[in-house]
Design a protein around this ligand. Structure first.
Ligand code: GTP
Length: 370
């Protein structure tokens, strides 16, 4: 059975992390996010994958090629202008040969695809939507089901007095290709606001598949950090990279950890990472290959991409730093700050309050304080 993964979005909410790479290519545990998604599909025997491409597609094709090295057959379908989620699958229609899975390409889940497929077949459904419960339904588009789990209604961000369910669309669908006859070709068209409401009117069987699976989308920097926290603390399942140095600390080859440095789990360090004297790395922290931290620095609750240099007496807490950046001495990078690729942050800068620095920026010493 084939799967279509939607990977064409611009990932605007994740900028500046998505300026140089599309969202599916940003590193999670030091590997492109999409590798984790393909691992998941392979576990269910799904090896034929169509990637529906748009923004920065060349970064994806250069890394994955025909997919052979990743245990899958990849077919790339490009769109000249964004076609939206349903329009993008319509654009790949000629490659579909029966029931298929469709995934938003920014979601990691433990959803049982086998059980969902069985449900879809048993109900003779045309579209089955995976659903998860949320604590605050007023922030989401809700999907109301009847007792048989057939979709009755979509309710967009209701006030509390209109809340009749806590189930939201979890971004995984099983579809019968016939439904794409309702989708206009080469036009921007969404599942949520286009095809699904149409199916309610036509009466084609559309079902919801609720489950309590793990589910997160990496659409915002907060969720990107949240996914790392979940993976590192075992809330979400994965295989840790590198060698287990001690409980909760995984270190790749050739790391140089000073004997006076302190690693507090959970921590993942890529190949060749160096941690200087008296520095403390308090997890959840992930550092990419070739990162270096000087002396007396503190890094906590952070994701730092490959080849980034951190100076002496730097404090980094709840932040993301892109690849090849340099953070000089006595900087303070906290409070959800996001620093893009190849930035130079001079000494004594204080970056907080979810500040976002675009790739390639050079910030002189002591320029930014709050
Ligand atoms: P934001 O700009 O931050 O909203 O991110 P996004 O562009 O990725 O949009 P969103 O998170 O709503 O998209 C959900 C999934 O659908 C992501 O995996 C996107 O890559 C994908 N997607 C969104 N729009 C399109 C599109 O027009 N074409 C294709 N092929 N994929 C899309």
């Amino acid at each position: 059975m084939k799967a279509v993964i939607l990977v064409g979005g611009e990932g605007t909410r994740l900028r500046p992390l998505t300026v140089n790479a599309p969202k599916p290519m940003i590193p999670v545990l030091n590997r492109p996010f999409l590798e984790h998604v393909l691992d998941y599909l392979r576990r269910y025997g799904i090896n034929d994958v169509i990637l529906s491409m748009g923004y920065r597609s060349e970064v994806i094709t250069n890394h994955f090629g025909d997919g052979r090295d990743f245990g899958v057959n990849l077919l790339y379908v490009h769109e000249e202008t964004p076609l939206g989620t349903a329009g993008a699958v319509k654009n790949a229609e000629q490659h579909l040969d029966g029931t298929c899975f469709v995934f938003n390409g920014d979601i990691l889940t433990s959803l049982d695809l086998g059980a969902m497929l069985e449900f879809h077949r048993q109900k003779k459904s045309m579209v089955t939507i995976s659903l998860v419960p949320v604590e605050d339904p007023t922030a989401y588009g809700l999907v109301e089901l009847d007792d048989d789990r057939r979709v009755q209604r979509f309710i967009e961000k209701p006030t509390w007095d209109r809340v009749t369910t806590n189930l939201v669309n979890a971004g995984t669908y099983i579809v019968e290709p016939e439904v794409f006859r309702y989708v206009p070709p080469k036009l921007y068209y969404m599942f949520e606001h286009g095809l699904f409401p149409v199916l309610l009117q036509t009466g084609d069987p559309m079902y919801g598949y609720p489950s309590n699976c793990y589910w997160i989308d990496i659409g915002t920097p907060q969720k990107y950090l949240g996914l790392h926290r979940d993976l590192l603390t075992g809330r979400a399942e994965t295989v840790m990279p590198g060698k287990r140095l001690k409980e909760g600390v995984w270190v790749d080859a050739e790391c140089d950890i000073d004997p006076t440095a302190h690693l507090v789990s959970p921590v993942v360090l890529g190949k060749g990472v160096a941690i200087g004297p008296h520095s403390t790395i308090t997890g959840p922290v992930v550092m990419g290959d070739g990162c270096r931290v000087g002396r007396d620095s503190v890094v906590e609750d952070a994701v730092i991409w490959r080849e980034t240099r951190v100076g002496n007496s730097v404090t980094m807490k709840t932040c993301v730093v892109g690849e090849g950046s340099q953070i000089d001495d006595h900087c303070w990078i906290t409070g959800g700050a996001i620093i893009g690729d190849h930035c130079l942050v001079g000494a004594n800068n204080k970056m907080e309050h979810a500040i976002r620095i675009w790739p390639g920026k050079s910030i002189g010493p002591g320029t930014i304080t709050f």
